[in-house]
Write a protein that binds this ligand. Structure first.
Ligand code: ADP
Ligand code: 5GP
Length: 187
């Protein structure tokens, strides 16, 4: 049976960058593909980064009880983790790695307890977060503002996580994440 590694942080903190690095390491990891009703951006494909659903398809999955956790971040913009793919990856012996927001991360940790390591990626400052989101160039200004509005709340919940890693120097943050995940998987 595999274990669970949860990465949460305000959007723009560097979670995806660090997770993509960990996925290249020999850790027997599988990425948990979430479902979302937001449109794909850039090179994103259905079944790779996300399962892209319409708001109504998303609501149907909620009604059937298929989510481990989900959130409607603002009207018709849903994100959620489907139970079935996670359970089948764990059963096949894979360790499952999650990129979810702070509320989702806390819920998944509560559900799986000691089988899960929850990691909070902290940006050096709120100004730096805005700079990274702007420079990433993937979001319209109003989406950046909604992500920034959520960030204040999320930064106040770092203490609910097993591990906090400050992502200032990316190489250091990657090394620390690798070290912590290795220790957890060896337990
Ligand atoms: P998240 O998945 O948390 O939304 P990303 O991994 O997409 O964040 O990172 C947001 C942006 O910041 C990306 O353009 C990424 O290249 C950049 N970035 C990540 N870590 C650092 C860092 N330590 N210093 C500067 N830029 C960074
Ligand atoms: P993005 O739109 O940048 O891909 O993701 C926006 C936010 O949604 C990120 O903070 C990401 O971690 C979060 N997210 C992605 N998938 C899930 C999920 O399944 N559940 C929850 N609660 N949040 C998610």
């Amino acid at each position: 049976m595999g274990k669970l590694i949860i990465f949460s942080a305000p959007s723009g903190s560097g979670k995806s960058t660090i997770i993509n690095y960990l996925l290249t390491q020999e850790l027997n990891l599988a990425f948990s593909i979430s479902a979302t009703s937001r449109p794909p951006r850039g090179t994103e494909r259905h079944g790779a980064e996300y399962f892209f659903l319409s708001p109504d398809e998303f609501r149907d999955c909620i009604a059937r009880g298929e989510f481990l956790e989900y959130e409607e971040v603002y009207p018709d913009r849903f994100y959620g983790t489907l139970k079935e793919p996670v359970e089948s990856q764990l059963k096949s012996g894979k360790n499952v790695i999650f990129d979810v927001d702070v509320v989702g991360g806390i819920r998944i940790k509560r559900y799986y307890g000691d089988r899960a390591l929850s990691v909070f990626i902290q940006p050096p400052s709120v100004e730096e977060l805005r700079k990274r989101l702007t420079e990433r160039g993937t979001d319209a200004p109003e989406i950046i503002e909604s992500r920034m509005a959520k960030a204040g709340f999320e930064l106040n919940h770092a203490d609910r996580f097993d591990v906090v890693i400050v992502n200032d120097d990316l190489e250091k943050a990657k090394a620390e994440a690798l070290q912590r995940v290795k220790e957890f998987l060896a337990k």
